[in-house]
Design a protein around this ligand. Structure first.
Ligand code: PHE
Length: 338
């Protein structure tokens, strides 16, 4: 067998393979060339008829031929197999795009903004203060004496640094603003506050308040009532009723807690309002002369009111939420409702 024969044989096989359409045809061809009595086997057998010195080189030629034929058959066989998916890293611009979820503001942020807007329409400016406060701003300036129970370490998170703490209410911003600016003042202060309360459905160690205060020459308790009524109607609807209950805060005199008529039973008495018909929503009063004195405002010339509300509480009443923890657990099933 000459080199030419080998080339011809390869070409012949390649041609036949090109015409093969089914696996069965391929098998038949495989038997014809590579089978026990196939063309290649016959060639190998023919080696023994050659002179001994020619056998090794002829043997190598036949082996090489056999290997290239096997490769050709394998290639053909591959074409019958279902194409395996190759991992190809390119962007298929024909695919539908990944949906971009639009985020939204947290319900508390939404409510804080809503309330601040209500007060800005009445002429209030929005001011923020730091969450780490001094004992002076959080207590002393607000006429909370040393022996007052809320000053006790159990009610306030104290920091290692001397006389610093996590503010337990937003009222210290009254001190900051009144020290820095002169009346007339009309300010609302949204922000986080901290108290070492055990976590349950009604308590959290961190929650939000909105403080408000107004100081001018002739601010009366009736101004406080009027402003809070506008606020309560805007948040809870215009049919809401309010009542002022005498209370005590060291930094206001007189002081009052403010209730709204129960939004569930409309005042008749139910489980939400504890059969009282009223829901407490905030603390308020006329700014105490001691506070004015502390910040250097003439209490003979100026008067003012202040109030402070818990945002979570307002939100829970407004939306009928019965567990404060829902605000802080980042459960999208809850958050997506707002
Ligand atoms: N700071 C008070 C509290 O956290 C609320 C309050 C603010 C009361 C302003 C009166 C005036 O309970």
């Amino acid at each position: 067998m000459s080199d030419l024969d080998i080339t011809n044989l390869k070409e012949e096989i390649a041609k036949s393979l090109a015409e093969v359409r089914t696996k069965e045809e391929l098998e038949a061809l495989q038997i014809k060339y590579l089978g026990r009595k196939g063309v290649l086997a016959t060639l190998t057998q023919g080696l023994s008829t050659l002179p001994v010195e020619e056998r090794p080189s002829r043997g190598r030629q036949i082996n090489a031929l056999k290997q290239s034929i096997i490769n050709l058959f394998n290639e053909k066989l591959q074409s019958f197999k279902p194409q395996e998916k190759k991992v190809i890293s390119f962007v298929d611009i024909g695919l539908p795009a990944t949906k971009q979820e639009l985020g939204r503001l947290h319900p508390l942020t939404q409510l804080i903004r809503e309330i601040c807007i209500i007060f800005s329409r009445l002429g209030f400016v929005v001011v923020e203060g730091p969450e780490i406060e001094t004992e002076e701003n959080n207590f002393t300036g607000l006429n909370i004496p040393l022996e007052h129970p809320s000053r006790d370490a159990f009610d306030t998170f104290y920091l290692k640094e001397q006389k610093l703490l996590l503010r337990s209410h937003t009222s210290p911003v009254q001190i900051r603003v009144m020290k820095a600016r002169r009346p007339p003042l009309a300010v609302v202060v949204p922000g986080r506050v901290y108290r070492p309360d055990a976590l349950d459905a009604a308590h959290s160690f961190m929650f939000h308040q909105i403080e408000g205060f107004m100081v001018d020459k002739n601010i009366k308790f009736s101004d406080l009532k009027g402003v809070l009524e506008v606020f309560a109607r805007a948040v809870f609807g215009k049919d809401i009723k309010m009542r002022f209950r005498p209370h005590y805060f060291p930094f206001t005199e007189p002081s009052a807690e403010v209730d709204i008529s129960c939004i569930i039973c409309k005042g008749k008495g139910c489980s939400v309002c504890g059969r009282k018909g009223w829901l407490e929503i905030l603390g308020s009063g006329m700014i105490h002369p001691h506070v004015f004195k502390y910040v250097g405002i003439d209490a003979e010339k100026y008067m003012g009111f202040a109030f402070g509300m818990g945002v979570e509480r307002i939100a829970m009443l407004k939306y009928g939420i019965d567990d404060i923890r829902l605000f802080f657990e980042n459960d999208l099933r809850f958050l997506r409702q707002f």
